[in-house]
Design a binder for this molecule. Structure first.
Ligand SMILES: Cc1cc2nc3c(=O)[nH]c(=O)nc-3n(C[C@H](O)[C@H](O)[C@H](O)COP(=O)(O)OP(=O)(O)OC[C@H]3O[C@@H](n4cnc5c(N)ncnc54)[C@H](O)[C@@H]3O)c2cc1C
Length: 379
């Protein structure tokens, strides 16, 4: 046995798992994270943190450091491939900032908020056995652990979900996302921008420190390969004649540092667990990245989970209350994100012209009202 007792077992050391451990420990629960990777690490890409997440991070005492490492932003623009601004959206007023940050920096801040012994790496969850009194989790060569309850925060391809819900695989939504971080050494490009073409999109995400993160999408089959051409060459073929600084950002990113992920989600489900087991973050409600809210929702989940556990001593009842409280919001964002992505990936010339007309004609107030609802969440 690695450990035993009345603690929480958190499977997965991503944004969701680390946030869950932080929130639970602040609520007086001894929560430990079990991560399968040999070390805690995040990929070389940027992430947007919106007020619904930074409000929570401030409560955990982490916002100042996040602001120090990241880039505070207050609005964004949508453009055509030639650079014409379709719409500029100043964000609605909120009592917490929006921050763009390198994922590794966010991860470091979250990990530093936990005592080192609260995170066990090299521990890959295999299976669990639950009873009315507790949960035993098997981490293979890393041993077994007993706890009062288990939180599956093991991401999109969650092994905990497979065992507890067994509801199949996530759904591929028709386009991958390439991501990178360009060390441009200048703060010249400091506006969050999304540029929409025909079945192609490119996002510019200034993250501070002379670095600009970016993302790109293209309609293609789930397992399409870039190998023959090389990722950077392929992206330059697709985006090379788009407005500045898009080709420059691709050029400035080393080929082997360009990441590629499919976009996946799942139709929302109400139940995320049973007995003393629940899910959180992408394991519970994976969403396409179109609204940049997946990580923010995982942070919200963590705060709500801790609150539910403070409200009753009945652990299974607290976990079901957590799931019930989170369903509507996470389902709404997942569906909105999917819808936005479908429109964003329109490829037909006439459809693209219509989309541009709609974006130009839509008052910023409409976008601001949806954002206001997204940003307003609090536990
Ligand atoms: C292209 C892209 C852009 C995005 N942009 C944004 C954005 O701007 N803003 C935003 O808020 N969100 C964004 N997201 C979404 C965000 O990245 C995810 O929602 C978030 O990372 C989910 O965190 P998580 O901890 O639930 O899962 P993950 O980050 O996937 O973490 C899961 C962890 O569990 C570990 N694990 C997996 N299986 C096991 C196992 N069997 N045993 C032990 N450990 C295991 C993994 O190694 C990993 O560390 C984006 C996503 C993508 C793909």
């Amino acid at each position: 046995m690695m450990d035993a007792g009345g603690s929480a077992i958190v499977v997965g050391g991503g944004i969701g798992g680390l946030s869950a451990a932080i929130a639970l420990r602040r609520a007086g629960v001894q929560a430990d994270v079990y991560e399968r990777a040999p070390e805690l690490r995040e990929v070389g890409a940027g992430i947007s943190l919106w007020p619904n997440a930074t409000r929570q991070l401030r409560r955990w005492g982490l916002l100042d450091e996040i602001l120090r490492r990241g880039f505070r932003f207050g609005g964004g623009e949508m453009r055509t491939p030639r650079g014409t601004v379709l719409t500029a959206i100043p964000f609605p007023a909120a009592d917490a900032p929006g921050v763009l940050i390198h994922r590794a920096d966010l991860h470091a801040v979250l990990a530093d908020a936990l005592p080192p012994w609260a995170v066990r790496t090299g521990a890959e969850f295999q299976r669990l056995v639950d009873s009315p009194d507790g949960v035993e989790a098997d981490f293979g060569e890393a041993g077994t652990v007993e706890g009062a309850f288990l939180v599956g925060a093991d991401g999109l391809w969650s092994a905990v979900r497979r065992q507890v819900l067994g509801d199949g695989e996530p759904v591929y939504r028709g386009y991958p996302v390439w991501r990178g971080v360009a060390p441009v050494g200048t703060s010249e490009w400091n506006t969050l921008t999304e540029t929409l073409g025909r079945g192609l999109r490119f996002g510019i995400v200034p993250i501070g420190g002379g670095r600009v993160a970016w993302w790109a999408t293209a309609n293609e089959a789930e397992r399409a390969e870039d190998a023959a051409e090389g990722r950077r060459a392929k992206l330059l073929r697709l985006f090379g004649d788009w407005h500045r600084p898009i080709p420059q950002l691709i050029e400035a990113t080393p080929d082997d540092e360009i990441l590629k992920n499919g976009t996946y989600d799942r139709p929302p489900v109400r139940r995320w667990g049973r007995g003393r087991v629940t899910l959180l973050g992408d394991a519970a409600h994976p969403t396409t990245p179109n609204l940049g809210q997946g990580g923010c929702m995982a942070i919200e989940d963590a705060a709500v989970l801790a609150r539910c556990l403070c409200e009753t001593d009945d652990v299974p009842a607290a976990l079901r209350a957590f799931e019930a409280r989170r369903f509507r919001r996470t389902a709404w964002i997942t569906r909105e994100s999917l819808r936005y992505g479908r429109v964003g990936q329109w490829q037909h010339a006439a459809a693209v012209r219509m989309r541009e007309m709609i974006f130009r004609a839509t008052p910023a107030a409409v976008a601001r009202s949806t954002m206001g609802r997204m940003f307003a969440f609090d536990t």
